[in-house]
Design a protein around this ligand. Structure first.
Ligand code: NAD
Ligand code: IPM
Ligand code: MN
Length: 357
């Protein structure tokens, strides 16, 4: 049966990078019997400019109906002064929340060809393969109450609420343990249990869930130490599980171990592996419209979509291998360029992956 994919390019480099992923999907439709239909719609600032909201209800409905969503990125200077309730980022957060995409998988895997593209020494990152499991629909991103209020003394006070319920921690812990079981059976849960009650409970719940996975070696680490350990000795990690905000920050940090934020793909999944797929980076307004962006994180996200939502593991592997071939050829966008390599544009990189398929 034909599967439907909703494409949401978004803002900034979003349209450039999603166009390259769509090129690859179209090629697989032609040559490998990939049976999908693709429809495009607006999200983020692009949606705000047309509809006055960063995600129209009709687009939300299409996302519910689709078998998978592929998203570029949202946000940009143009919309920074808007009220926070209609900022581009809210469109993305609504998609995640209303689709129930609580499990965000961000694999930080180093292609060996890019060992010298990382800012860390090649021997520190060689062989790196970490899976960050980030809780995506709870924590301080969604906690109530939140806002900015005026105090009696006339000064403003901003406030957010960091809250997790036991069931939210349990389900993300299960995702992380199951992932660990398929990998090297090591799980590091990252929290701030020495200061924040919410993560004190997080730690307790992870310990309880751990009893169901006796083969997995579990470690708990404070987030500040985890940030340091990631650059000291990143290969000590196999699967890392953490809350929404810590996961956001640590995954950007981990991306640099793979050479660039332009390499970090992601899958955001619900209970049934229905998902939205997006690079972990943003709309990169500083390079938008210049055909300079690295499309590989988005192309790798499309590969994750084939793997988790479209039942085509074979084609996911095919894309990952094609990327490896292109890197063997020495082709690099600016963000992963190093001495002796050939610098290519965003669209040239997409074309090269298509050719290597
Ligand atoms: P960013 O990730 O957009 O950019 C950070 C830096 O990384 C920039 O120098 C950028 O040029 C570079 N970069 C990012 N992606 C790249 C790529 N594919 N190839 C080459 N270089 C790349 O983060 P930011 O500057 O903090 O945020 C810009 C906007 O993006 C903001 O509006 C932010 O809210 C939004 N954002 C959106 C998402 C998303 O849609 N998932 C994620 C992060 C940030
Ligand atoms: C990401 C982004 C988003 C987040 C923003 C744009 C809402 O930084 O996907 O990592 O913080 O989750
Ligand atoms: Mn982020």
């Amino acid at each position: 049966m034909t599967k439907s994919v909703l494409i949401l390019p978004g803002d900034g480099i979003g349209p450039e990078i999603t166009a390259e992923a769509v090129k690859i999907l179209n090629k697989l439709v032609e040559t490998d019997g990939l049976d999908i239909s693709m429809e495009e719609d607006l999200v983020g600032g692009a949606a705000y400019d047309v509809h006055g909201v960063p995600l129209a209800d009709a687009t939300m409905e299409k996302a519910h109906q689709a078998d998978a969503v592929l998203l570029g990125a949202v946000g940009g200077y143009k919309w920074e002064s808007l009220d926070i309730s209609v900022r581009p980022e809210k469109g993305l957060l609504r998609l995640r929340k209303e689709m129930g995409l609580f499990a965000n998988l961000r694999p930080a895997v180093l292609y060996p060809q890019l060992a010298s593209a990382s800012t860390l020494k090649p021997e520190i990152v060689a062989g790196l393969d970490i899976l960050i499991v980030r809780e995506l629909t709870g924590g301080i991103y969604f906690g109530q109450p939140r806002g900015i209020r005026v105090l009696d003394n006339g000064e403003r006070q901003g406030y957010n609420t960091y809250v997790y319920s036991e069931s939210e921690v349990k389900r993300i812990a299960h995702v992380a343990f199951q992932a660990a079981m398929k990998r090297n059976k090591k799980l590091t849960s990252v929290d701030k249990a020495n200061v924040l009650e919410v993560t004190e409970m997080w730690r307790e719940v992870v310990e309880e869930v751990a009893k169901e996975y006796p083969e997995v070696e579990v470690k708990h680490m404070y987030v500040d130490n985890a940030a340091m350990q990631l650059v000291l000795n990143p290969k000590q990690f196999d699967v890392m599980v953490t809350g929404n905000m810590f996961g956001d920050i640590l995954s950007d940090e981990a991306s640099m171990l793979t050479g660039s934020i332009g390499m970090l793909a992601s899958a955001s999944l619900d209970e049934n592996n229905k998902g939205m797929y997006e690079p972990s980076h943003g709309s990169a307004p500083d390079i938008a419209g210049q055909n300079k962006a690295n499309p590989l994180a988005t192309i790798l996200s499309a590969a994750m979509m084939l793997r988790y939502s479209l039942g085509r593991e074979d084609l996911a592997v095919k894309i990952e291998e094609a990327i490896s071939k292109v890197l063997d050829q020495g082709l690099r966008t600016g963000d992963i360029w190093s001495e002796g390599c050939t610098q290519v544009t965003c669209s040239e990189m997409g074309d090269a992956v298509v050719a290597a398929l």
